[in-house]
Design a protein around this ligand. Sequence first.
Ligand code: MG
Length: 463
Amino acid sequence: MPEEGINKREFLSTATGALWGAKLTAQAQGRPPNVVLIYADDLGYGDLGCYGSRIPTPYLDHLAANGARFTNFYSASPVCSPSRAALLTGRYPTRSGVTAVLMPDDRFGLPATETTIAQTLKPAGYRTMCVGKWHLGSAAPFLPTNHGFDEYYGVPYSNDMWPLKLLHNTDIIEDPTNLTTLAERYTGQAVNFINRSKSSPFFLYLAHHIPHIPLTPSEHFKGASGLGPYGDSVAELDWSVGQVLRALAANRLSGDTLVMFASDNGPWFQGSTGRLQGRKGGTFEGGVRVPFIARFPRRIPRGQVCQGVSTTMDILPTVARLAGAPLPAHVLDGVDIWPMLTGETDEAERDLLLYFDGWNLQCARSGKWKLHVSRYNSIAWTPDPPGGRYNLPLPNPELYDLAADPEESYDTAGDNPQIAARIRSRMEELLPTFPGPVMNAWLTTMSYKVQGGPAGALPVRVA
Ligand code: MG
């Protein structure tokens, strides 16, 4: 594919950020941009070619080469449902209450009091469609069509859950769903939506179910990567992205469309974290740091690498700004990262980035520093150990310099006690700004101590 747009140097030399921004704002006044958000499931930070993987991902590499690629981008949760709640609302999942993975028979989901990206964009005249994995409640009141999406096509939870029902809007159209052809059908739905949405701005949320287990690449992709079913599934995901990009180009919409790609959490049994520690289900970097790529020809300089801290929660305020849509009236945790995307700034102004697991606040990041204050004695997807699963306070909170040590191998709290104390203090200041269960979980965790040596260690509550 040819290169698109301009690079950062050309971008800054063509006009100052202000002048360029003013010109583009004027251009955009006639019609707000289309937004395509593609979300992978359990794709690791190191699973794309442009992030160092051996898996062939030419389309995503092309997208990164013609836009911005982020190296410190985070999901707000290490598991599926809370990650998606945060993505679509711009808020930590502890605010919406979606703090755990939802099951098919759960009668709970994303509350109606939350405002999704789709609901934010609807008043600005957007057509909206969700294709793929929803996982924010499968009972009727919680489905996408009750959260701002005009249309829905997909399995409303993970592909390893049963019964595996495929929905069109609220109707079951297949049960059980044929997983081998599902990625191809999701792609077809996405392309079809683009083809019939030229007359108005649109928001397409394509939430693939891959490479989450079970790994079921289509016949065409079996053996395509030389890296087993996981590699084949990532290759198929990349193909799907390519079809979406081709559809935009065929409709002459590439220049009017912001395309974003991310993953909901780190890799599970297979997949690469890019040498980051931890995996899905934990708050080490491998569980929550994910790829993020954004392309908007002539508006985002091509070939940018953004190293500043950013999160899926930033997408809602950023998109709202581009669309000229008012922000939801409640507290948002994401910030507008448009100045990062355009290269005007390296870092967005934000408070601590918090790492929750369920209701538990376990870590916080401030600039290059990350402080761990508590940790489970078992990660989420392994059987509970004898004595049960507890979120336990670390006897000595651990401080990592993620710029020098992204693997979180060397605790430097002893060398930097004031930094550790400052972050810890700010975490405690922020606790009361969250719903009550967050403080309750904190107080419960901090009331434990570990009894005995490592072999027989059991937590006991401190009186
Ligand atoms: Mg996931």
